[in-house]
Design a protein around this ligand. Structure first.
Ligand SMILES: C[C@H](O)[C@H](O)CC(=O)C(=O)O
Ligand SMILES: [Mg+2]
Length: 395
């Protein structure tokens, strides 16, 4: 079968939720006094949007093959990502065969090394890579997971991230991950409130339901150690996530040595490439790696990260990224469960994570998703045609 070539790549911005899932309206649980590295400044404590968590917006990448097939993907990247795609990466994509995914990735990564390596450049490379996997799978008439070796289990099981672990339990999820609301700058009073919330959720959810705290990079080693130790010993916290800034590999290794055996330390959603995750693994920073497939380098890189983690006996549970992580998790034996980020304002409704951008986006039913729900070609989703696309740059 002669493989079609990639004729066009196009990059657009989108605003309003979707892949940039922090870009929500007011009154949403995800922007309600959640602790961050900026919370040491009182003026930036109530709302993460106040310091710009949603400034990027969504990057939409479209790739069109010579046979007319179109693949696409969305990630966090906005206009900066559009510029990188149109002014730099397009030259490595157009004219290549739809099967040339590895070569395209290697050229995109090496050509941007002088200004990339992580952050917005890797978000952008991830978006191109995911669009290429969508295109190749559609050309072959297969779901992406079939190109990765196929499902290793009949269904996905999910934990839920959001303000209501009590509802997550009622809705059949295996656990609930809470955002952390208070940190070091709020002293003992803040610590008490963190523990009181966890205590209340433990009372409502019972002893066996997983409860986790997501600290979004906002703590220091001492505070994280004290919080984790009490939360584990008194309320059975299952893991403490992203307690420290992503570059503090030394701090994570210390935290993991200091916390009680049995409590898991997790991180990785703001890490990128096999080399960043090799550092996390070889420095003993965490028990579970949590790369975001839309930020770490895409599916091509996540497969490498996953194999490396597997060799170290570590689990890879990707940061929630809708169908882009579901097609991966269902094919990996060291990814036994997935994250579902609840994007309903009150964290009380199970809604598609990248709403309103992806039509046909599957959502867990009773906390689970059958592999057969992922059997449409590509990632199995369509772009919502009613969205206002903006193409700020062309090449
Ligand atoms: C809830 C966290 O602060 C963040 O918004 C999402 C996240 O880090 C996660 O789902 O993990
Ligand atoms: Mg997180």
């Amino acid at each position: 079968m002669d493989m079609p070539t990639i004729q066009h790549i196009r990059a657009f911005t989108l605003r309003g939720a979707g892949a940039d899932y922090h870009d929500q309206g007011s009154g949403h649980w995800i922007d309600d006094h959640i602790w961050t590295p900026m919370a040491k400044y009182p003026e930036y404590r109530q709302s993460r949007q106040s310091f710009g968590i949603n400034v990027l917006g969504t990057l939409l990448v479209e790739v069109e093959a010579s046979d007319g097939t179109v693949g696409f993907a969305v990630t966090t990247g906005g206009e900066l990502g559009c510029w990188i795609v149109e002014k730099h990466l397009a030259r490595f994509v157009e004219g290549q065969k739809v099967t040339d995914i590895e070569k395209i990735w290697d050229q995109m990564y090496n050509a941007t090394l002088y200004y990339g390596r992580k952050g917005i450049v890797l978000n952008t490379i991830s978006g191109v890579d995911l669009a290429l996997w969508d295109l190749l799978a559609k050309v072959r008439g297969e779901p992406v997971h079939a190109l990765l070796g196929g499902p290793v289990r009949d269904e996905l099981q999910f934990y839920m991230t959001g303000a209501r672990p009590d509802l997550a339990k009622a809705q059949g999820f295996i656990g609930g991950k809470l955002p952390l609301h208070h940190g070091p700058a709020e002293g003992p009073e803040g610590m008490r409130k963190n523990l009181e919330l966890l205590a209340a959720m433990r009372r409502q959810c019972g002893d066996d339901f997983w409860l986790m705290y997501d600290c979004w990079m906002g703590l220091d080693l001492d505070y994280a150690t004290r919080l984790a130790t009490t939360a584990y010993n008194e309320f059975g916290l299952k893991w403490i996530e992203e307690a420290l800034p992503p570059d503090d590999y030394w701090g994570y290794a210390d935290l993991r040595r200091k916390v009680p055996p049995g409590l898991l330390v997790t991180t990785g959603e703001h890490e990128a490439t096999r080399w960043g995750f090799r550092l996390l693994l070889e420095m003993g920073c965490c028990d579970i790696l949590q790369p975001d497939v839309g930020w770490c380098g895409g599916l091509t890189e996540l497969l490498k990260i996953s194999a490396l983690a597997d060799a170290h006996g570590k689990l890879v549970v990707p940061h929630g990224s809708s169908v882009y992580s579901y097609h991966f998790v269902i094919t990996r034996h060291n990814s036994p469960f997935a994250e579902f980020l609840n994007m309903s304002p009150g964290a009380d409704q199970v809604v598609p994570m990248f709403h309103p951008q992806l039509l046909d986006e599957p959502v867990p039913v009773n906390g689970r998703l059958k592999a057969s729900a992922l059997d449409k070609p590509g990632f199995g989703v369509r772009l919502n045609p009613d969205l206002a696309l903006h193409r700020p740059h062309t090449h």
